[in-house]
Design a binder for this molecule. Structure first.
Ligand SMILES: Nc1ncnc2c1ncn2[C@@H]1O[C@H](COP(=O)(O)OP(=O)(O)OP(=O)(O)O)[C@@H](O)[C@H]1O
Ligand SMILES: [Mg+2]
Length: 285
């Protein structure tokens, strides 16, 4: 597995990247954060997927797609050292995965916070971090009650959890469906926020989603987990009507509008149906 297709030369200084918006495929950090070879996942004797060969570059933005139950969260659990590979090898920062790795920030797949959760938003973000940066209004005005985290909106909660995951300045950020249940505008805002923070801090992102559209402007590559196999390619290589329809075994259409923006139509309805193996031409698997 290679990272071909990502190899635009990086800007020469960190300053240069801070001044210019970063394009997909362009990142400063060097090296590899995740390397998988012949990797298989499973719980007990059952295999979820196998034969995965891929790597994630330092600073890269990888979006992970796939139907429910395909094994997307399982991949993140393996990177976090919470689940051992069922086969093959997996290396994170050049070493076997370990639990509690401070180099990894993680926002798990989740439901909304309990509205009665008594912890404050400020406490969740952590000492010394200003929630304003993430677009969460954490007022400390005298006489105003601290904002109860569970009473923030869905979009604000996502930003809050993002802020929490970034407190330790990780080199790798794992986000499991951070756009779920957000409206279109919040999806775009959270996607752009992740992209902006990555441009500032140069961490790699592995983001699981069912909706690729808000990520298309910012993602370097796309990983598909479906039918027991894992494929990776650049958006241009794999986001075509033909490929996606084959992968999902459903009518999926890729449309380019008059401004050159690409949209994927039909994946939302498909997400609930695991299906038989499929491969994506042009993708590395
Ligand atoms: N602890 C577990 N023990 C046994 N099987 C599990 C366990 N956790 C998950 N599974 C199974 O592994 C498969 C993959 O689960 P996973 O959570 O990785 O799917 P996913 O792709 O993240 O799906 P979704 O889109 O619904 O979040 C599913 O069939 C699931 O039932
Ligand atoms: Mg999941």
């Amino acid at each position: 597995m290679t990272t071909a297709g990502l190899s635009q030369p990086p800007p020469s200084t960190a300053e240069a990247s801070a001044q210019q918006p970063r394009r997909p495929g362009q990142h400063l950090a060097e090296g590899t954060v995740i390397e998988a070879s012949g990797l298989a996942s499973g719980y007990g004797s059952g295999t979820i997927w196998s034969g995965a060969d891929f790597s994630v570059d330092a600073g890269e933005f990888l979006t992970v797609l796939g139907p429910n139950g395909a094994g997307k969260s399982t991949l993140l659990r393996m990177v976090l050292g919470l689940l051992a590979p069922a086969g093959g090898t997996l290396r994170v920062f050049g070493a076997p995965p370990e639990r509690g790795n401070p180099g990894i920030g993680y926002v798990p797949q989740r439901r909304a916070l309990d509205p009665d959760l008594s912890i404050s938003a400020e406490d969740i973000v952590g000492l010394g971090v200003d929630g304003h940066r993430w677009g969460v209004r954490l007022s400390r005005r005298a006489g105003r009650q601290r904002q109860q985290a569970g009473r923030l909106s869905g979009g604000e909660q996502q930003r809050l959890q993002l802020a929490q995951a970034l407190v330790t300045h990780p080199r790798l950020l794992l986000l499991d469906e951070p756009l779920a249940s957000l409206d279109l505008r919040s999806q775009q805002e959270v996607s752009q926020l992740v992209a902006d923070l990555r441009a500032e801090e140069d961490f790699a992102v592995v983001l699981v989603t069912h909706d690729i559209n808000p990520l298309l402007p910012v993602t370097d590559r796309v990983m598909y987990i479906a039918g027991g196999s894992v494929s990776v390619g650049t958006p241009d290589e794999v986001i075509t009507s033909e490929n996606l329809s084959r992968l999902y075994q459903a009518e999926v259409e890729v449309i380019t509008d008059s401004r050159g923006r690409v949209f994927v139509v039909g994946l939302e309805a498909e997400a609930a149906h695991p299906h038989s193996p499929a491969t994506v031409p042009g993708a590395q698997s």
